[in-house]
Design a protein around this ligand. Structure first.
Ligand code: ADE
Ligand code: ZN
Length: 339
């Protein structure tokens, strides 16, 4: 018997990181772009990372295959279809416009394809999704500000800004202007912090950028005062366990700080980050955690409920999703009690 997936919100997924090698090859052929191999399995074999930068090098190189609105549409639809099967009812999806601009692809092409995929997925799959525009930290603060200004004509097509790419050496303090401008434009704000960078990056993201969620944040556990701050303010952390293992932010899944984070009362949510590279979608991440740590149904329900609590959705919509989590939990408890 197949058990239905937990209904969840996925709040930390890079659309570019959902580019499966099969689609990578198809787009390379469609656009006549050279790849090291045209065998999806051989390409996947190259995905052996030693840290964040070793992943980013391949991730950015692969994005040369994205050329047209149809490419971005296909990428968006492929993710949303897989995510829907994983139980995702709400997706808040990162994208990296600066990478595409550097490849000569204009913003209207990127927005055109991605937004159309979101609209169609809502209609055909019933999944709710929005975009979050990420700034690439390695390009600096001025480039971030210029990117945001260039995106103003598309303000109705994204709900927030984020901060990603190489973390160490590019602290949140470099991006205060871009984030202040985003706030003035009424946008939500999130940032990767505490993935490879230490607790100081998390403090800066909160204090200088005013972020509403912290992406990853796992190194916050090194600082008890920061843990207390995150707990007290119930700042959501979008944790991506399989990513953390693949990029060696944690030596093994068993050494992952997730149990400690839950025990500390943090508002932890689970996401897949770059599922095409890290071996799994959000359901795979949840399954891996359940197997590794023996999480019970109530703990799984907490993770699912947290994801909707942390979503950028109206309260009534959050409540409706949280009721679905409760129904799923009660169904599982009935199954296991044999009732
Ligand atoms: N871009 C895509 N995935 C990322 C990650 N895990 N950290 C920083 N930047 C990213
Ligand atoms: Zn990420």
């Amino acid at each position: 018997m197949t058990v239905a997936k937990w209904p969840v919100a996925e709040l930390h997924v890079h659309i570019e990181g959902t580019l499966e090698t099969e689609l990578l090859v198809a787009l390379a052929r469609r656009n006549d772009v050279a790849l090291p191999s045209y065998d999806p399995d051989v390409l996947r074999e190259l995905y052996r990372f030693t840290d964040l930068q070793s992943f980013l090098d391949i991730y950015y190189a692969n994005l040369a295959v994205l050329r047209t609105e149809a490419d971005f549409y296909d990428l968006g639809m492929a993710y949303l279809t897989r995510a829907s099967a994983a139980g995702v009812r709400r997706a808040e999806i990162f994208f990296d416009p600066q990478t595409h601009l550097a490849n000569g692809i204009q913003l209207d092409v990127v927005f055109g394809g991605l937004t159309r995929s979101l609209v169609d997925a809502r209609e055909t799959l019933g999944i709710s999704a929005d975009l979050i525009l990420c700034f690439l930290r390695h390009l600096g603060g001025q480039a971030a500000l210029e990117t945001l200004e260039a995106a103003i004509p598309f303000l109705d097509q994204f709900i927030g800004v984020g901060l990603d790419s190489a973390e160490v050496g590019f602290p949140p303090s470099l991006f205060t202007e871009a984030f202040a401008k985003a706030e003035a434009l009424g946008l939500h704000r999130v940032a990767h912090a505490g993935e490879e960078g230490g607790p100081d990056y998390v403090y800066e993201a909160l204090d200088l950028l005013g972020v509403e969620r912290v992406d990853h944040g796992i190194r916050a556990v090194e600082d008890p005062r920061l843990v207390e701050l995150l707990r007290e303010r119930q700042i959501p952390l979008t944790v991506c366990p399989l990513s953390n293992v693949c990029l060696r932010a944690t030596p093994t899944l068993g050494a992952h700080p997730l149990p400690a984070m839950l025990a500390a009362g943090l508002l932890v949510t689970i996401s897949s980050d770059d599922p095409a590279y890290f071996g799994g979608y959000v359901d795979d991440n949840l399954d891996a955690l359940q197997n590794e740590f023996g999480l019970d149904h109530a703990q799984m329900a907490t993770l699912a409920r947290n994801s909707f609590r942390a979503a950028f959705l109206p309260e009534a919509e959050k409540r409706r999703h949280i009721e679905a989590v409760q129904e799923h939990l009660e169904g599982l408890l009935r199954l296991t009690s044999g009732a």
